[in-house]
Design a protein around this ligand. Structure first.
Ligand SMILES: C=C(O[C@@H]1C=C(C(=O)O)C=C[C@H]1O)C(=O)O
Length: 425
């Protein structure tokens, strides 16, 4: 991969070039989501900054995150890139958006990694456009898509399990935890939302990015959501993972929420669940990093719908380690699978009675240097490929020895709120 200031003096890669990427500095593009067409588009937004992309240059359907890492480094070796941006921010240049399934052994869908044709990005005041293709693209693109349409007349139906059936599954998990099969298992449920007309994913992403600006709002291949949990971000060798585990619903009354937050921070059940999750992340990162910092105690992350116990683990990644390699090591974390991993994953496949597809899998992007951000696909929905009026929503909860099925169902409902609100209630 070659980043060059000008077109003259381009250095060719060792293998014949397959793709050409050209990045230019642009004026502030305004609201990034306004650039997106309705279909075949990508987004990764936090606090208004991030990247949007559209068009498809190449798509890979890897079996595992590790396969994707290998494919990506091979592809990067066959790219000629030029950039106007000196000291370019991570993501500004040749890059791909991706979304991975939770459990490749228990799903009918595939993971994807797609290099878009056009990317528009903004990061800390620097704005760029990258165009990618089988030759350098010099044409100017200023799409003026029609505004996003709100969904109409949305109705909901149970997915794999009804509420009471899911509570029974949680009760069974609690019994099996008592019998020593696992320490923790994360059980999720799905809900089918159906609108009167095709759902415009741009509307959902727009609402999520506005309401959940502290989360990472994403759109990749029909998967739309706003996650508060960062599996791993890597930038200039610094790796960060935000672990969440331990949740309470907000009451709508800020005084009461404050009391709830301090109760959450002292709750032994939640702290124990949190410790499992942090320890699993630290263990998985250790072989690829040095100088790891694991804070002693979590903080409380406040979102509009829930409060979470959160810990940010940071470390220096070994040279040559990509964000995808780290994501491969971290997925599935205890926050979305359980501990120990293998029996927890088997219990999920047995008890949930649904296909998680890409829910709870890594979602994000990777650039040519191996920097990238891979969130955990939570608070999300997957648009139906064959019927664009339909979207499947997912939410789950960590189940430990003291879990109460009724409270867990209410917690799952609270985690569905972002997507339900985006769909109009
Ligand atoms: C599984 C989900 O959330 C996860 C479970 C949490 C918990 O049990 O406290 C908290 C955050 C996430 O790690 C979800 O949102 O679907």
């Amino acid at each position: 991969m070659h980043h060059l200031a000008t077109l003259s003096g381009v250095t060719w890669p060792d293998t014949p070039p397959r793709l050409y990427a050209r990045t230019v500095e642009i004026d502030d593009p305004g609201r990034l989501l306004d650039w997106l067409p309705e279909r075949d588009a990508f987004a990764w937004i936090r606090d208004g900054d991030g990247m949007v992309g559209w068009g498809e240059v190449v798509t890979h359907k890897p079996t595992t995150v590790l396969d994707a890492d290998q494919w990506w480094s091979d592809l990067v070796g066959q790219v000629v890139a030029v950039s106007e941006l000196g000291d370019a921010p991570a993501g500004a240049g040749f890059m791909a958006f991706g979304s991975f399934v939770f459990d490749p052994d228990n799903t009918h869908v595939r993971s994807v990694l797609t290099v878009p044709e056009t990317i528009v990005g903004r990061r800390r005041g620097r704005c760029w456009m990258t165009r990618i293709g089988p030759e350098f693209r010099h044409d100017d693109v200023r799409p003026a898509p029609a505004p996003a349409r709100p969904p109409r007349s949305v109705s909901y139906a149970d997915g794999g399990l009804t509420g009471p059936q899911w509570e029974a599954a949680v009760a069974q998990a609690v019994r099996r935890i008592g019998a020593g099969e696992v320490d923790k298992v994360v059980l999720a449920r799905d809900l089918l939302a159906r609108a009167a007309e095709p759902i415009d994913p741009r509307w959902l992403v727009g609402r999520l990015a506005a309401e959940y600006s502290r989360c990472w709002t994403y759109r990749v291949d029909g998967l739309v959501g706003a996650t508060p949990e960062m599996l791993v971000r890597q930038e200039n060798g610094l790796a960060t993972s935000r672990v969440l585990a331990g949740t309470i619903r907000r009451s709508g009354d800020s005084q009461r929420d404050l009391a709830l937050a301090s109760a959450l921070a002292r709750s032994s059940k939640d702290l124990e669940e949190h410790e499992y999750a942090v320890a699993s992340v630290a263990r998985a990162l250790a072989p690829f990093c040095s100088g790891m910092h694991v804070p002693d105690a979590p903080y409380v992350l406040e979102l509009p719908n829930v409060l979470h116990l959160a810990t940010d683990v940071t470390a220096v990644a070994d040279q040559g380690t990509s964000a995808l390699r780290l994501a491969a090591a971290l997925h599935p974390s205890a926050a979305v699978c359980g501990t120990p991993t293998a029996p927890a994953r088997a219990m999920i496949a047995e008890l949930e009675k649904m296909d998680r597809e890409r829910y709870a899998g890594p979602v994000g992007w990777i650039d040519a240097r191996g920097d990238g951000e891979w969130g955990i696909a939570l608070r999300c929905g997957q648009l139906d490929e064959t019927d664009s009026r339909q979207i499947r929503l997912f939410a789950g909860c960590g189940i430990v020895a003291g879990s109460d099925p009724e409270a867990e169902l209410a917690e799952a409902a609270a985690k569905l709120v972002p997507m339900r609100d985006a769909l109009g209630g």
